[in-house]
Design a protein around this ligand. Structure first.
Ligand SMILES: Cc1ncc(COP(=O)(O)O)c(C=O)c1O
Length: 488
């Protein structure tokens, strides 16, 4: 296929050249109605390119095939059978995949390190999760993705399960053995969905971990805005093989999708595909080289998590080096304080921050200057270690203690009559809300699970140490929303 084309961008250019006059949404009419103060900040071009897809960029019946053409090119670029653009992030794409593979009440194996958007998909759909638990690493106090044995054991518990949803890479850059897990799913005749929100760049360089489609997944969800260069919310999900019916996938997607997708977001996805096909290898080569330099320089001032720390038996299967995870625990302060200090003193924003780590992602957008600024800021952080507040202890649960009993379906608990009880009194009660330390946004407790003392202690001590909990009704977790007695 001719990858020098970018159908959405080309159509936008044409639209502008032909000087269309619209009497349709968007009501700003290519910026004419926008407050000049908004234009001052966002620029006129944003509005000039914010155009309806149907009866705008394309005609009334979409006969020009602008979107389908762009999606075909995307699929070809990454060796998928079909690709689908979405404008509400992987958060929506994972929901589409869940309701495509399983019906309400049916079972789906789900890796328990799932992002909260997956849990939201389970709540909305009424799908019954069969949790497959990650492998806990007590030294690093984090979890690796479940391997094929755990998945096989999941199918043994739920022989009728409709498929499996695996999340890889993690926000920490650790990766699962996708092809082994795919084999187990396929032996059971069901599809593997991979939530590869952090892996949109993987197809474009052989030095990076394997891309889910190449590893045998049937459906794969990516966030192009995370490790790629798309606009925020730009997500693509991909299909390969015949275990998932593309017609059903489109129909279920239509249930959730907006009828007013953003041409800006689509254009970002389209242009990124062209850039990756034409220059991806070189750009990612450069990013990998920069990362090696960053890792070496950062390793001179603090502990950087390397491949050898996380890849091995009972650990991760692979590692994305572009996620540079730094352990600050030996310096006496938390990742939360480190992140805040870097932001306020150096205006350097890192991604993930937890009780002992920060993570910086290097992408095709970086260069020697940005890496130097990161290293300088982190070196300065270390030099000022004594000035940062001492980290407060977080009661990290022992291996297995984060594996809560799922007493009722997430959907049943979420919509049940509920009450708010003091956190200590929530022990033994059924959770009616999702409680996710963010980032990485993996719920420590979710609707339908029985709350335990170690989880309450972990979340409460974490909150006191600086953990951010955006989703429970009481973000300080003085109270927890639990299912009213006798309600389910
Ligand atoms: C594993 C995983 N899946 C899905 C999502 C949701 O992605 P998005 O922000 O594109 O909606 C995230 C977001 O961080 C994630 O980490």
């Amino acid at each position: 296929m001719d990858h020098s084309r970018a159908p959405v961008l080309d159509a936008l250019q044409e639209y502008r050249k032909r000087d269309h006059l619209s009497f349709t949404p968007p009501g700003h009419k290519q910026g004419r109605g926008v407050d000049p103060r908004v234009l001052d900040v966002l620029g006129e071009d944003v509005f000039r390119s914010d155009v309806l897809m149907m009866n705008g960029l394309d005609d009334r019946t979409m006969s020009g095939g602008v979107l389908s053409d762009a999606e075909r090119l995307m699929a070809d670029a990454v060796d998928a059978d079909q690709a689908f653009f979405s404008t509400c992030g992987s958060s929506l794409s994972v929901k589409t995949c869940i309701i495509t593979v399983a019906r309400p009440g049916e079972k789906l194996l789900v890796s328990r390190n799932a992002h909260k958007s997956v849990v939201a998909g389970l709540i909305i759909s009424g799908v019954d999760p069969v949790w497959v638990h990650p492998r806990w690493d007590a030294e690093w106090e984090w979890a690796y993705l479940p391997g094929p044995e755990a998945v096989a054991e999941g199918f043994a518990r739920a022989p009728g399960a409709r498929g499996m949803l695996l999340i890889t890479p993690t926000d920490y850059g650790t990766c699962a053995a996708i092809s082994d897990v795919a084999d187990v799913c396929h032996e059971h005749g069901v599809p593997l969905i991979v939530d590869e929100a952090w892996g949109a760049h993987l197809p474009f360089h052989p030095g990076l971990p394997s891309w889910a489609m190449d590893a045998g997944a049937d459906l794969c969800v990516t966030s192009v805005h995370k490790m790629g260069a798309g606009l925020e919310q730009g997500s693509v999900y991909h299909l390969r093989g015949d275990r998932v019916d593309p017609g059903v996938l489109s129909m279920r997607a239509d249930l959730l999708d907006t009828t007013s997708p953003s041409s800006l977001v689509y254009a970002g996805l389209d242009g990124w595909r062209r850039q990756m096909v034409e220059h991806g290898h070189g750009l990612l080569d450069r990013a990998l080289g920069l990362t090696a330099v960053a890792r070496e320089r950062l390793g001179g001032v603090l502990r950087v998590v390397g491949r050898d720390d996380v890849v091995g038996p009972r650990k991760a299967d692979d590692h994305d080096p572009l996620k540079v995870v730094m352990d600050v625990s030996a310096l006496g302060f938390s990742g939360y304080s480190a992140s805040e200090w870097l932001r306020s003193r150096h205006h350097v924003d890192v991604g993930l921050a937890d009780h002992r780590r920060i993570a910086a992602q290097i992408t095709v957008a970086d260069d020697e200057g940005t890496v130097d600024r990161l290293v300088t800021a982190v070196a300065d952080l270390v030099a000022h270690a004594a000035e940062l507040p001492r980290s407060r202890p977080v009661d990290i649960p022992a291996p297995g203690e984060l594996e809560l009993e799922q007493a009722v379906l997430p959907r049943a608990a979420f919509f049940a009559d509920a009450e708010h009880v003091p956190a200590a009194e929530a022990v033994g009660r059924i959770c009616a809300e999702t409680i996710s330390p963010y980032p990485p946004g993996v719920p420590a407790a979710l609707p339908g699970e029985v709350i335990t003392r170690p989880v309450v202690d972990y979340l409460r001590s974490g909150r006191a140490a600086g953990m951010f909990l955006p989703d429970p009704t009481d973000g300080d977790l003085d109270t927890i929303r639990v299912v009213a007695r006798g309600a389910v």
